[in-house]
Ligand binder design. Structure first.
Ligand SMILES: *Cc1c(COP(=O)(O)O)cnc(C)c1O
Length: 242
């Protein structure tokens, strides 16, 4: 049978980033259902550190809105290059005192708060015409080899103080556990973070965020209650060493 030229509607062409995003969203949905959770409870933060503004633009055009960056100077260039869009920028790296102003002025969220002094500076420097900066307290859960993060038994004291700062809104806890093999080993530190958050909530803190899970431990994090996963490699590809 003859087919009229021009009536055939090809499938839209998908970029690699768009199809990676779709695969990650599908995985998240699958893991959520396996854990008897609603997929809508889990937000996807696309970690764009080391990738160019063009890659962020591509992900934005594929419907992704929240992006995570770890290096302030690099992030500021990207934020400037993408002023025509309105992505939600999350700072997920360790926070040095001399970078608090740039973070307070340019980001919607900061996930790596682990000292009161840093939280106080972020609150003081948050421009009054912006909504409060959303923050997560980074906890150094068991087995972690990094120096970032507050010790689990000091988390509540820090959380109570951070919750009182006027220009911050304490949303929850964040962790970056050391890489581990196998689902049950990966779940342990996430379970620890979830239990810690539950204790803080029982003590009256209004937390709604567990920022945990990356490309390699997404399932474990979702099983343990992650509400925001931070995924870089599975969306943008492998990174060069910095
Ligand atoms: C780089 C980074 C991620 C993303 O890690 P991938 O393994 O690439 O998914 C998540 N969270 C933090 C804090 C990071 O620094």
């Amino acid at each position: 049978m003859a087919r009229l030229r021009g009536t055939f509607d090809p499938a839209p062409i998908m970029t690699a980033i768009a199809s990676n995003l779709q695969a990650v969203r599908r995985d998240m949905e699958y893991f959520a259902r396996a854990a008897q959770r609603r997929p809508e409870e889990i937000a996807l933060l696309a970690v764009s550190k080391t990738f160019a503004a063009a890659a962020v633009r591509e992900a934005f055009q594929a419907g992704q809105r929240a992006f995570g960056e770890s290096y302030v100077r690099e992030a500021l260039d990207k934020i400037a290059a993408l002023r025509d869009l309105d992505p939600e920028w999350h700072f997920i790296g360790p926070i040095q005192s001399n970078k608090t102003r740039a973070i307070a002025e340019n980001f919607a969220w900061a996930h790596g708060v682990d000292r009161l002094k840093i939280a106080e500076r972020l609150s003081e420097q948050r421009p009054r015409n912006l909504p409060p900066l959303n923050v997560c307290i980074q906890v150094n859960v068991s087995g972690e080899d990094s120096k970032s993060g507050v010790a689990p038994d000091e988390t509540e004291g820090l959380a109570q103080s951070v919750a009182r700062l006027p220009q911050l809104r304490l949303r929850g806890l964040m962790a970056v556990p050391a890489p581990a093999d196998g689902l049950s080993a990966q779940r342990k530190p996430f379970a620890q973070l979830r239990e810690l958050a539950m204790r803080l909530k029982a003590d009256g803190l209004a937390l709604d965020t567990l920022s945990m899970g990356m490309s390699g431990d997404l399932e474990a994090a979702i099983r343990e209650g992650a509400t925001m996963v931070r995924v870089g490699t599975a969306i943008f590809g492998g990174r060069q060493k910095q």
